[in-house]
Each structure stands twice: as C-alpha cells, then as structure tokens.
Design a binder for this molecule. Structure first.
Ligand code: 2AM
Length: 177
C-alpha cells in the first residue's frame, strides 16, 4: 500500500489551480495534468507500508491549530510544474510534527527536505514559466493520510483518515512543541 500524508485543498483553491492549468494549455503546454480531485499538498511521503492503522495512530498524536494557506507563484522541478504557497511557519511546523510522529513510531518516510508544492503537471512538453494563480487562500483545518493506487487512467488517491486541528490554545500554529 503506497501512502502519503497531505493537505487536501478547498474547492476555491482547486478552482484557481485549474485556471492555471488551463492557462498552461492555452500556452501550448502538454503533459500529464493533475486531475482536479487529485490536487493536494504533500507533507510526508511514506511509500509502501502495510500497516495503515499504525500510521493513523501515529498521525493522531499530531497537534496543530488552523492556519491559512495562500497560493503563490508557479515553479518547476525539471519537467514537473507546481504551484507554490506563500511561506508559512505553521505549515512548516505541521510538516515537522507529522514527520516527527512518523519517525517516533518507526514509520519510514522520504526524508528529503520539505518543499511545499502542489503538482500541476508532470512531463510538461515545454516551459510554463510566468504563470500565476489567483491570490486565493484557505484555512487548513485538517490533514489526511492518503493511499495512492495506479488506475487505468492515472493515479487514484483515496483518503484513509484525517486528523483535525485543535481549536486554538496550546500547541498553536507556528509554535513547535
Ligand atoms: P510530487 O507531486 O512532487 O511528485 C504522491 O506521490 C505524493 O507524494 C505526490 O505529491 C508526490 O510529490 C509526493 N512525493 C514526495 N516524495 C515522493 C517520492 N519519493 N516518490 C513519490 N512521490 C513522492
């Protein structure tokens, strides 16, 4: 079972990202565009791991309070183009806490530095520089454990469970506990 931990995006954010993808298409960019329902921001990539419940138990120990996520410009890793988000200490803290909870429970994950991005297209045929998303924001009130399966027409992501933010108080966003 291939697993990852992600922030799922609001309909408004996804709509803004679809507009960026459409602008790319209008500029002649071809490739594997991420379908709207698959758009997400990964906090940690676990990969193949058999024990879904152990991961959910580990993630349930993570405490955070709601925070705002805002779209920013567009960038790339080679021919993969993504939408960035405005620098966010609470987001970085959430990723750190998720990764710490996994590590403390012996669950392996990709230790590459957290580099927040929302993949818009893989194998882009040409440069998609100069695009920008509308200045849309959302409140991050939860994060999710996702399973990734290869379907006939691309990847299928299924939410296995989610962890909700705490309403304010100790362990608040940005504070690393
Ligand atoms: P990507 O969009 O940049 O490819 C599911 O594959 C999610 O986990 C994607 O958001 C993917 O990021 C991310 N991910 C992070 N590290 C990964 C890895 N080593 N292999 C596959 N996906 C990874």
């Amino acid at each position: 079972m291939r697993l990852f931990v992600a922030v799922r995006l609001s309909p408004e954010l996804r709509k803004a990202l679809i507009q960026v993808q459409n602008a790319m298409r209008d500029h002649g960019v071809r490739g594997n565009f991420t379908p709207e329902e698959n758009l997400h921001l990964t906090l940690a990539f676990i990969g193949d791991y058999p024990d879904e419940q152990a991961v959910l138990d580990a993630l349930s120990t993570v405490r955070f309070t709601p925070f705002t996520l805002s779209l920013d410009g567009v960038g790339c890793f080679g021919d993969l183009w993504w939408a960035g988000v405005q620098e966010s200490a609470p987001l970085a803290a959430l990723a750190r806490r998720v990764r710490r909870a996994l590590a403390e429970n012996g669950i392996p994950f990709d230790r590459k530095r957290f580099s927040p991005h929302i993949t818009l297209i893989r194998k882009a045929s040409r440069d998609a520089a100069g695009m920008a998303a509308a200045p849309v924001s959302m409140s991050v009130d939860a994060f999710s454990l996702m399973r990734s399966d290869r379907g006939r027409r691309g990847m299928i992501y299924t939410e296995l469970g989610s962890v909700a933010a705490q309403p304010g108080g100790r362990g608040s966003a940005g504070e690393d506990v």
